[in-house]
Write a protein that binds this ligand. Structure first.
Ligand code: DSN
Length: 478
């Protein structure tokens, strides 16, 4: 594909949009400028390819396609069938999965599909069988009432939020916490690592229906073979949410015990993080859960988004190319170089380093909360997000951590030498930021002081660092 064709495609699209609502065209253009000029270290973000982006902007968006390939509730879905089948085929081949469901609109949706597939398989199906009926509509009122109570009375065991687990793994502010009786496993306070013996102990006591593996802020590999053994020992279904590290699985950086697909009954992911696809979700599963997973829409999902499934097919085809494995390895090399650069400069890192795409800095070592550090870094052109650390004294809003990740900068082509320079910029900002005080003299968790001249200087250095690695070099908006 010539650079010229990509430039023309985006320029023409903006021209068409500008004729209707110029402020939207301006905002799209401004977003490209902002992304080009900032050091994007948000661990869950990336830059999708022009082909992936363009696959989303078309008339597939106009089509309703409830159902699955070849079994739709609407006529005229032959082209949607083509892209959905392609996306699923690429996903199965890429991950070595028996079944792939590519309709979820997000990671939360993918997890909901998975939870309800397991509930249907483990709770609903046995109830239907016992009542000798084929579907829920055939149950008596009394049996339906009993089944609803049973569905709402199940247990889930997942990683605790402050150890790096995710809100959708059974925490109360999320629907999963209202659906399940939830318990958490944390990490060893001395090492910050998952203590598998402790997970086994909690599983034995709690006897969950679902054991969830996976994280959004744990900087280490997880041994999924051991978690599967624990799940089997208590009769739990083993689910893994690999949203953060799907790219590392796709790129064969995580193999054997660290690849969740051969070990889990069901695996969920987003497609836009390290996997570098469009914003969306996906479920992979063993054959016995396939029928239930395919009921995701209308069970918990609104109509599928065919334009996004088209983009998933494009991005998954890209991830099957040999150069994706090289990309995935560079993500980890960069994260490790960033971690080493920070450690050398005196930063305190959760678990003391990283095996994956992310690094969690405990900014209490700088006398700051996560919120103060996040804002000071943002003032300096460095985009990160605050995150809890294990046993965080500052809670989930202010936090004591900054989570940084390398998938996006690696896509831009930055390497380990630039990661060391990035560590220097982060260290400079965090050592020069001072926590503020409230009007009553108490320490503030939000206010901070950072010399504006220094912030500008770091922002310029960040832009210089990025200058040799232009973002979307093929796209010139003129
Ligand atoms: N928003 C994603 C993240 O940042 O980890 C998942 O919740």
């Amino acid at each position: 594909m010539s650079r010229n064709a990509e430039s023309t495609a985006f320029r023409s699209a903006l021209e068409v949009i500008r004729a209707v609502e110029p402020r939207v065209a301006d905002a799209i253009g401004a977003e490209l400028t902002d992304q080009r000029e900032s050091l994007k270290l948000i661990a869950s973000e990336n830059y999708a390819s022009p082909a992936t982006l363009l696959a989303m902007g078309n008339w597939f968006s106009d089509k309703y396609a409830e159902g699955t390939v070849g079994r739709r509730f609407y006529a005229g879905c032959q082209n949607v069938d083509t892209v959905e089948a392609l996306a699923a085929e690429h996903a199965r081949e890429l991950f070595g999965a028996a079944h792939a469901y590519v309709q979820p609109h997000s990671g939360i949706d993918a997890n909901l599909v998975a939870f309800w597939a397991v509930l249907a398989d483990r709770v609903e199906s046995p109830a239907l069988k016992k009542a000798q009926v084929r579907q829920v509509n055939d149950l008596t009122e009394a049996d339906w009432f009993a089944l609803r109570r049973e569905l709402g009375n199940q247990r889930m065991l997942g990683m605790s939020l402050d150890a790096g687990g995710h809100l959708t793994h059974g925490f109360r502010p999320n629907i999963s916490g209202k659906m399940f009786d939830q318990r958490s496993y944390g990490t060893d306070p001395a090492t910050g690592l998952i203590d598998y013996d402790r997970v086994a102990e909690v599983a034995r006591e709690f006897k969950p229906l679902i054991l969830v593996g996976g994280y959004s802020a744990y900087p280490r590999k997880v041994n999924f073979r051991i978690l599967r053994e624990i799940a089997d020992s208590v009769g739990a279904t083993f689910m893994v949410d690999m949203a953060h590290f799907a790219g590392l699985v796709a790129g064969k950086v995580f193999t054997g015990d660290f690849d969740p697909v051969p070990h889990a009954h069901i695996v969920t992911t987003t497609t836009h993080k390290s996997l570098r696809g469009p914003r969306g979700g996906m479920v992979l599963c063993q054959p016995e859960l396939a029928d239930q997973v395919d009921r995701g829409c209308p069970m918990v999902l609104g109509g599928p988004l065919p334009h996004v499934m088209a983009a998933k097919a494009v991005a998954l085809a890209e991830a099957r190319r040999p150069d994706f494995a090289d990309y995935a390895q560079r993500i980890v090399d960069n994260a490790q170089a960033l971690a080493e650069g920070l450690l050398r400069r005196g930063a305190k890192l959760v678990t003391g380093g990283t095996d994956n795409h992310l690094v969690l800095i405990d900014v209490s070592g700088y006398g700051l909360t996560g919120r103060q550090a996040e804002q000071a870094l943002l003032d300096s052109g460095i985009v990160t997000n605050r995150n809890s650390v294990p046993q965080d004294p500052n809670g989930a809003w202010y936090t004591s951590g900054i989570r940084i990740g390398t998938p996006a900068l690696t896509t831009r082509g930055l390497g380990t030498a630039e990661m060391d320079q990035t560590a220097e910029l982060i260290h400079t900002v965090l050592t020069q930021t001072t926590a503020g005080v409230n009007a009553d003299g108490t320490p503030s968790k939000a206010k901070y002081t950072l010399d504006a001249g220094l912030a500008d200087k770091v922002a310029r250095q960040a832009t210089d660092l990025l200058a040799t690695h232009p973002l979307y070099p093929s796209v010139d908006l003129g």
